[in-house]
Design a protein around this ligand. Structure first.
Ligand SMILES: Cc1cc2nc3c(=O)[nH]c(=O)nc-3n(C[C@H](O)[C@H](O)[C@H](O)COP(=O)(O)O)c2cc1C
Length: 159
């Protein structure tokens, strides 16, 4: 018998991670959402994944355009994380950050740890989410102090 939602959340919130904003293009314009479900998949070829809720506008844009970028946030980008998690409208999310178009024409947030531009190689339905696997075509960034997420709160790496 599977566990209930609350038990699942209580367990998963004990996984510490970085924070990313996943971006894409749609006919409506730029799309983006906060995601911690980023993971490395394959070294050769270079592949990564993100898991996106079935109702998220950004997921629909990715599956339509077959391209997406993962922007890994710095500790200075907590506000962007909140806005891209639904705190602001899609228009405001992009109005309130500096961004530019990357090599694949995807929205790249300025001043991230690193941004990865990807083409979709596979999309797998898993329960309420899509597992989207992308092949990394280019990277941009300069490193820095990462934004962390643990136990439903933001954190930083201890110095
Ligand atoms: C720290 C954090 C991590 C999140 N990670 C994910 C994730 O990995 N996948 C997901 O589908 N939603 C995730 N969310 C929720 C989405 O960011 C949120 O539902 C967003 O508003 C969806 O975009 P939409 O408003 O365009 O539908 C996360 C939210 C927060 C605050």
């Amino acid at each position: 018998m599977a566990i209930d939602n609350q038990e699942f959340k209580n367990a998963l919130k004990l996984w510490a991670s970085g924070v990313s904003v996943v971006t894409a293009n749609s006919t409506e314009g730029e799309q983006g959402m906060t995601a911690t479900s980023f993971a490395s998949v394959s070294m050769d070829p270079p592949q990564i994944l993100v898991c996106i809720h079935e109702g998220a506008e950004t997921g629909a844009a990715i599956m339509e355009d077959k391209k997406f970028a993962v922007n890994i946030l710095t500790a200075a980008q907590e506000q962007a994380s909140n806005e891209f998690a639904g705190g602001s409208s899609m228009q405001e999310r992009f109005d309130n950050v500096h961004w530019h178009q990357g090599d694949l024409g995807l929205p790249i947030l300025d001043d991230c740890m690193v941004s990865l531009e990807c083409t979709v190689v596979q999309q797998v339905r898993a329960g309420s989410h899509w597992v989207i696997i992308g092949e990394v075509q280019s990277t941009h960034g300069q490193g820095g102090e990462p934004l962390l997420y643990f136990n439903s709160a933001y954190g930083k790496v201890a110095s």
